[in-house]
Design a protein around this ligand. Structure first.
Ligand SMILES: N[C@@H](CCC(=O)N[C@@H](CS)C(=O)NCC(=O)O)C(=O)O
Length: 212
């Protein structure tokens, strides 16, 4: 069985949970407190980068870096069409775009309210959101079930589903009210997002509420 070592967030490991559920692969969450994390950092060979998420494979290997793990699982279970270089590029650059969003979001979120750069960081985050949603809208054929109109599910769908229902359409996210109007403008994505919800409904409706 796979094990996911992470903090008590959906965060960078949610795309892996969606993939495990989709392919009916058993997994268990090892939810770490900060002291647990500090202790785990001292255990040789487990957290190579001193960060989580890390997954332990059924064979006992510890894998780190969330996006590398997602690609690894995608390759292993047929959800990463690498033989088509252009499709793989579109998938990778979409996932990198979400990573950039997360960096903008947390820079803004972690900056104290009275910091002189707070409103500039908010503008940068919202402006990047608009850019990201425009790119997604352009890449996604309106009627298609899977991202880019791929015939089968890919890691982009797992990453996008995790992202949209954690960072955007998540009322428990502290900046939901700010991001929702930006999302609402990008109508071309709404049907795809509804399809993702249906696909992962069991998890979304049983996982509880967390800010991200
Ligand atoms: N590039 C890494 C980033 C991982 C990361 O920043 N992890 C955070 C939690 S989301 C962490 O481990 N923080 C605790 C620490 O660095 O002590 C990945 O994608 O896995």
């Amino acid at each position: 069985m796979y094990k996911i070592y992470y903090l008590d967030f959906f965060g960078r490991s949610e795309c892996m949970r969606l993939l495990f559920d989709h392919f009916s692969l058993p997994y268990t969450d090892v939810v770490l407190t900060q002291p647990d994390l500090q202790a785990l950092k001292l255990e040789q060979g487990k957290l190579e980068f001193g960060q989580v998420p890390v997954i332990e494979t059924p064979e006992g290997a510890f894998l780190c870096q969330s996006l590398a793990i997602l690609r690894y699982l995608g390759r292993k279970y047929g959800a990463y069409p690498e033989s088509d270089a252009h499709t793989a590029y579109l998938i990778d650059s979409t996932i990198d775009g979400m990573e950039d969003y997360i960096n903008h979001f947390f820079k803004y979120h972690m900056t104290p309210q009275d910091h002189p750069l707070k409103s500039e960081l908010r503008e940068k985050w919202l402006s990047f959101s608009d850019t990201l949603f425009s790119v997604l809208e352009k890449r996604q054929p309106k009627e298609a079930k899977y991202f880019l109109g791929c015939e089968n599910i890919t890691i982009a769908d797992f990453a996008l589903a995790a992202f949209i229902y954690m960072m955007v359409l998540n009322e428990a996210n502290p900046h939901y009210e700010a991001i929702k109007p930006v999302w609402d403008k990008h109508e071309g994505l709404h049907r795809y997002a509804e399809g993702l919800y249906e696909l992962f409904k069991t998890r979304f409706e049983s996982r509880g509420k967390k800010p991200f």
